[in-house]
Design a protein. Structure first.
Lengths: 275, 254
């Protein structure tokens, strides 16, 4: 992280009881709802601090923190993307939000995709930025090795740990959080190609050109979502792909201006007619 | 300020805007396509750079000359432009055919290119979708009109230019991934997500250039610089003016 992340003061924040959790959320801005889902080990601030104020100038942002992350205390339950998708959907139900756009960073994008598959009516459009992939082998092999070998104390002093220390209800649980994330990574299998092809929501896939995912893999994923066709012949695809130059997984969220520009244009465009 | 200069025996038209270090913009190729293609990008680029917009033989205000075209010949003309008009190295941004010309200039004369942007152009002719370079297609009327507006050779000469461009596209470019290893400058490979250059070719291009960066612009086609000028200008200006940002967990550049 190059600078401190300040998402600004929310217009509303609080905790909602869902599935045994007291799940934290913040609301910023007003307009059409956009749900922000952070990455593993991260928080609203560390994932979205720079881009959130820009997005909140034209829409209503609902940002949540998943089980064991940020303000949301852990409970005795393993981490799972499916469970987080259900928690998020339940929280939105509690806030009486029937349909929203979703923007997930890193594994937050996987949660958003899981919501789109389980509750298609809830998801108008979907943006997944960073680590965007549908199979583990879409990631670089050296990254997979490094994440397998990660020890709970390896991230002591990192921006994530510092943020956790300042906002988590039990800062002493940091090592447990890292260990549970390593388990989650091991258990995450991805989705079959048919599942990706079945996503109805128009989807914007974003990676850095030096992200943890191989660009070849995200191009494959884009094609499964109907992209990579000659738009002049068959009509514009409902999905879009962005690659950010000179950008890694960690620095992707620093590209706030580029992200806000492309995400706003994608979300503002009219919904494609259903065929 | 527009001007003419005699280059390689051709009275070459060029425009200049802005102040600062030199930036050469190489327009797309084709009947009726010329430096006007950069209109949505010029204000942002000229705010930072001394921008040069040369028009290649048979394009825009620059007359055609006898003999066939080739990307190599266009690159030679551009090298003369850099030597005679700019007087030294520059940042070079080319789009479509202009990207190929820019790449060939950087390949032949690495001393003349400080930073390179290849937008919506391949390094090898197999990197065009077939429809992009299909010969003998009818030229759309609006492009013929555009050609006639500025060409000193008269509107009807477009047929000659079209034929020569078809021949050029049938033969080049023919660089290999191995050839790209010698591109020494920071290079941005930029395409749209619905381009005449397939995404897979753009990824190959990016991987083969030693100091390459890749940009894919969402929701745009081959006309990306015109279709999303604000986003593209931000990315172009950042690449041209800033050093690479510090990376936390590099893989490709580790």
């Amino acid at each position: 992280m190059t600078t401190q992340n300040h998402p600004g003061t929310p217009v509303e924040s609080g905790y909602v009881p869902v599935n045994g959790l007291e799940m934290y959320y913040e609301i910023h801005g007003s307009g059409r709802p956009l749900v922000l889902l952070h990455g593993n080990l991260s928080t609203i601030g560390t994932s979205f601090g720079k881009v959130l104020p820009k997005l909140a100038s034209t829409r209503r942002i609902i940002a949540v923190e998943q089980q064991g992350h940020g303000h949301t205390a852990d409970i005795d339950r393993p981490f799972s993307l499916e469970q987080w998708a259900q928690d998020t959907a339940a929280l939105l139900g509690h806030l009486k939000i029937e349909q929203a756009d979703f923007f997930g960073y890193s594994s937050g994008g996987a949660v958003a995709l899981e919501i789109a598959l389980r509750s298609p009516a809830l998801v108008r459009k979907l943006v997944w930025a960073g680590g965007t992939s549908y199979r583990r082998d879409g990631l670089y092999p050296e990254l997979l090795k490094a994440s397998e070998a990660m020890k709970p104390e390896d991230l002591d002093g990192s921006p994530f740990q510092q943020e956790y220390a300042s906002i988590a209800p039990h800062p002493e649980n940091w090592h447990r959080l890292v260990a549970k994330i390593v388990d989650l990574d091991r258990a995450t299998l991805g989705w079959p190609r048919e599942a990706i092809a079945s996503v109805k929501a128009p989807t914007l896939l974003i990676i850095g050109d030096s992200d943890i995912v191989r660009p070849e893999h995200v191009v494959e994923m884009f094609r499964l979502l109907g992209g990579g066709v000659v738009g002049d012949l068959v009509g514009l695809p409902r999905s879009q792909l962005a690659v950010l130059p000179g950008t890694t997984h960690m620095t992707l969220t620093d590209r706030a201006e580029w992200l806000a520009s492309m995400i706003t244009a994608f979300l503002d465009a009219p919904m494609p007619e259903t065929t | 300020m527009a001007n003419y200069v005699e280059l390689n025996g051709i009275r070459t038209w060029y425009d200049e805007q802005g102040t600062g270090e030199p930036l050469i913009l190489l327009h797309p190729g084709g009947v009726g396509v010329d430096s006007r293609a950069f209109e949505p990008n010029l204000p942002a680029l000229a705010a930072h750079f001394h921008v040069f917009l040369p028009e290649r033989r048979g394009h825009g205000h620059t007359p055609d000359a006898d003999g066939p075209y080739s990307y190599e010949l266009m690159a030679e003309d551009t090298i003369h432009f850099l030597e005679q008009v700019v007087g030294g190295p520059a940042r070079v941004l080319g789009i479509s055919d202009g990207a190929v010309v820019a790449l060939l200039v950087a390949h032949k004369r690495p001393d003349l290119v400080q930073r390179l942007i290849c937008a919506a152009g391949p390094f090898h002719r197999s990197g065009w979708v077939a429809s992009a370079i299909e010969p003998g297609l009818e030229t759309p009327e609006f492009l013929i009109i555009s050609y006639g507006e500025v060409s000193p050779d008269g509107k009807e000469h477009y047929r000659v230019v079209q034929k020569k461009l078809d021949q050029m596209h049938a033969l080049g470019p023919t660089l290999t991934k191995d050839d790209l290893k010698s591109i020494g400058c920071r290079t941005l490979v930029m395409v749209s997500d619905d381009d005449e250059v397939p995404l897979e070719h753009a990824v190959d291009f990016y991987r083969a250039v030693p100091d390459g960066e890749l940009a894919v612009i969402p929701g745009t086609s081959h006309g990306l610089l015109v279709e999303k000028p604000d986003l593209c200008n931000k990315i172009l200006v950042d690449f041209l003016t800033l050093d690479p940002i510090a990376t936390f967990a590099p893989i490709r550049r580790a």
